[in-house]
Design a protein around this ligand. Structure first.
Ligand code: PMT
Length: 399
């Protein structure tokens, strides 16, 4: 079988040096790697480094005479099975969004007809900038797969989102795009994500720290593996994955109603949302004024919310697989097992939310998969996307 050819487009960011390792790993897998560098990228890493690692001519200049290709940008594009832009700078993302072709790599992007993986890496403020976010949305709309950068300490000294994702994650994404596993093809999967919100008055509400990252990763992974996905989304600020049916909801009651409506058509249901257990007994119709006397107390009366998974568990059909999460702080396995019983689940994903790198808001999670028939499988710290892949593997096994 002929080796697949990957184009790695390297643009001018400090993370460019990390891509040398990625190219080395892809080469070791027997893949043919063509590196295309922008002028900026060549300020961070020399083309000679990539040439030595990839074993191929490195392409940098739209006007350079190529030994291999008569019309360089067309010839390269015709060879590729996948094009990866990593790191993708804000400038290059903008060029891709607007079809600007003023150097070799941007011209190849336009001439390219195969799937594109974009791996942004930049300063946090640049990443959050409305223009950059809008351009990333445009790339998503083109059908490009856009990875989310990681949060952490950046080379510029700022802490926040913008760091190149782990090479393992980029590598896995490339594998999935080159050799897509479609083991959920023909299946309908519903997942909930994020926090529910309970109104106190017209301006105040009760919520929790769930960012929705875990649920969004599950939606993304399931969709990549061929499922038709409904993502019932609490209050999340995340970019919805392309190709997924997103249903925004506010309260636990609303989430429950929506999930009950979709339940009969689903093969798989995964409850990763942090559903509020309580709501306010009487929601005030007007904004409550600040008291003149600071010692005046405001006592809120709370009543129980529906347990959504338990409700769904009651109406589970024989073929349906229902998966819950358990956010625990002690006696993880024992408490998680009780939830399998009370909610009629097939398995549960238990996370000790007190551990660093696990639970709410983080890009990683540390979970144990516990099945109804007693299997307990602790997993190491992984990115939430990898956790999602492990959960879907288990679902496929049960299906
Ligand atoms: O969103 P992130 O920032 O990425 O964080 C991920 C997460 C920590 C929210 C996620 O990994 C997680 O643990 N989600 C479940 C949180 C939770 O509510 O756990 P629980 O042990 O209280 O509930 C057990 C299960 O019942 C959960 O699947 C929950 O969705 C469900 N539940 C709980 C209460 C309720 N009223 N209805 C429910 O359906």
């Amino acid at each position: 079988m002929m080796a697949k050819t990957i184009g790695i487009g390297v643009t001018g960011g400090i993370a460019a040096y990390k891509i040398v390792d990625l190219v080395s790993r892809l080469k070791k897998d027997g893949l043919d790697v063509v590196v295309i560098m922008t002028e900026g990228a060549a300020k961070f890493v020399t083309p000679l480094t990539f040439k030595t690692i990839s074993g191929r001519e490195v392409l940098t200049d739209l006007w350079q005479e190529s030994q291999e290709f008569k019309v360089q940008h067309i010839g390269v594009a015709e060879q590729l099975d996948l094009l990866v832009i990593a790191p993708a700078t804000a400038n290059f993302i903008a060029k891709m969004a607007y079809g600007i072709a003023d150097d070799l790599l941007s011209t190849i992007v336009l001439a390219n007809t195969v799937s594109v993986l974009v791996v942004p890496a930049m300063n946090s403020n640049m990443y959050r900038n409305t223009a950059v976010q809008r351009n990333l949305t445009i790339l998503n709309e083109y059908g490009y797969r856009v990875m989310k950068p990681e949060s952490g300490m950046l080379a510029c000294g700022v802490t926040g989102p913008g760091r190149l994702p782990e090479l393992d994650d980029i590598y896995d994404e490339i594998q999935q795009m080159l050799y897509p596993k479609k083991d959920l093809a023909g299946k309908r999967l519903m997942v909930n994500a994020g926090t529910t919100c309970e109104d106190i008055d017209p301006v105040r509400f009760i919520a929790n720290r769930s960012s929705g990252k875990m649920g969004f990763c599950i939606a993304e992974e399931a969709s990549a593996r061929g499922a038709e996905v409904v993502l019932v989304n609490g209050r999340c600020q995340l970019e919805p994955p392309a190709g997924v049916n997103v249903v925004p909801v506010w309260s636990a009651d609303e989430m429950c109603e929506v999930m009950r409506k979709y339940q009969p058509a689903c093969d798989v249901i995964i409850g990763s949302a942090a559903v509020g257990d309580f709501k306010v007994a009487t929601v005030e119709t007007h904004k409550r004024k600040k008291p003149d006397d600071k010692s005046e107390k405001w006592v809120l009366e709370l009543v129980g919310n529906p347990d959504i998974l338990q409700e769904l568990g009651k109406h589970k059909t024989g073929r349906q697989v229902i998966v819950g999460f358990a956010a625990e702080t002690e006696n993880i396995v024992e408490n998680a097992r009780k939830k399998i019983e009370t909610k009629n689940l097939d398995f549960i994903v238990a996370n000790d939310v007190t551990q660093e790198g696990a639970g709410f808001e983080t890009d990683t999670n540390i979970v144990t998969l516990i099945t109804r028939d007693g299997e307990v499988k602790p997993l190491p710290k992984m990115s939430k996307r990898e956790v999602a892949a492990a959960i879907i593997d288990k679902v496929v096994e049960i299906l």
